[in-house]
Ligand binder design. Structure first.
Ligand code: NAP
Length: 331
């Protein structure tokens, strides 16, 4: 048996090993992508630890987004042609030298986008555009407070908000994350490394002062102790975008703070949206890639690591040690 494919395999929850497997054969409507880079997302670590709401049957290969080159077409598929550079959301299976996806999921990428950037683009920027424009109805000139601003989702949100004409106050815990936020286009940063008691006062006061009375939108992928002061920092008709709970704590918020000033709390479930309306998500991705080609968005280069370091990388991501995005390079 020819074993020429290598993959990160989770055979028991909490650990992964890199092993060799048979090469993939595309079925009807599928293509094989020779993976050049696999984006690592917070959710990949949750899958491996069995802490995500969806629990894939064991064994499984984690990795939800990739970029590479189409290497084989299944029956009935004529495009994208073999050799086309593409990105794809694959859900699982991406931490490998090759992955199978429906041909319709393999989206050609502009030459300007290298594989590592392309593999870390779709989820973060897609969530940013969906949340800020479609859910919060962000308008040019508005002011946005981004929490967890030095993380993958946070940095993309900064770029998207700026591309939509808004200005951004970025909250992050380390000098490296705050520098990255400024480089991504934030106008101002706030240090969130202090104790939660100090932070409540500092974050609300700083955000109100920066925005001249109250921010228009809060973008929150963190939850925990930051949530209430951020809610209190919202001005009239402010919108609080619930993106995620990277802190591990789902906050309980006082609803009187939502009533006051006609604020709204807005849930964002990008994955649910793309599964319920794939055509809309495809159009969104086309638009985002056009913004890249036009220079309106310049995706930030991720840190890269070899496939063998998948376990360490997922651990770093779950434990706050990564600035921006990180990609595995399987080849
Ligand atoms: N709703 C959606 O559709 C959607 C889409 C994509 C992602 N998400 C979610 O968004 C969240 C952030 O994703 P991401 O890719 O930006 O993750 P990330 O790169 O790890 O960034 C998360 C940030 O959260 C902050 N944080 C505070 N306490 C933390 C803790 N105990 N552990 C880890 N991080 C902590 C950290 O910033 P500081 O160090 O500055 O505090 C960190 O940089 C995840 O929960 C993810 O599942 C949701």
């Amino acid at each position: 048996m020819l074993l020429s494919m290598r993959a990160v395999v989770c055979a028991e929850l909490g650990s992964v090993v890199v092993s060799s497997r048979e090469p993939l054969e595309p079925g009807p409507g599928q293509v094989v992508i020779a993976v050049e880079a696999a984006g690592v997302n917070y959710v990949d670590g949750l899958f491996v630890q069995g802490r995500y709401q969806i629990k894939p049957p064991l064994p499984f290969i984690p990795g939800g987004e990739v970029a590479g080159t189409v290497s084989a077409l299944g029956p009935g598929v004529s495009e994208p042609a073999v050799g086309t550079r593409v990105l794809a959301m694959c859900g699982l299976g991406g931490f490998a030298t090759e992955v199978l996806v429906p041909a319709t999921s393999a989206v050609p990428i502009p030459d300007a986008l290298d594989a590592a950037r392309a593999a870390t683009f779709t989820q973060s920027y897609g969530t940013g555009l969906y949340a800020l424009r479609d859910r919060a109805r962000l308008r040019a000139g508005e002011k946005v407070l981004v929490l967890g601003a030095g993380g993958g989702v946070g940095l993309a949100a900064i770029q998207v908000a700026v591309a939509l004409g808004a200005s951004v106050l970025a909250a992050a815990s380390s000098p490296a994350k705050r520098s990255a936020a400024l480089a991504a286009g934030a106008s101002e940063v706030i240090d969130t490394s202090s104790s939660s008691a100090d932070l409540s006062v500092d974050l609300k006061t700083a955000a109100r002062s920066w925005s001249g009375g109250g921010v228009d939108v809060v973008y929150d992928p963190v939850g925990g102790a930051l949530a209430e002061p951020a809610l209190r920092a919202l001005g009239n008709n402010g919108r609080y975008l619930v993106i995620g709970f990277a802190s591990g704590t789902i906050p309980a918020l006082p609803l009187n703070q939502v009533l006051l000033r006609n604020r709204s709390i807005v849930g964002v479930d990008w994955a649910n949206w793309l599964m319920s309306d794939p055509a809309a998500q495809h159009a969104q991705l086309t638009e985002l890639l056009a913004m890249v080609a036009a220079g309106t968005l310049t995706p930030i280069a991720p840190t890269t690591a070899p496939l063998q370091e998948a376990a360490t990388v997922m651990d770093d991501l779950l434990n706050r040690r990564v600035t921006g995005k990180i990609a595995l390079l399987p080849r």
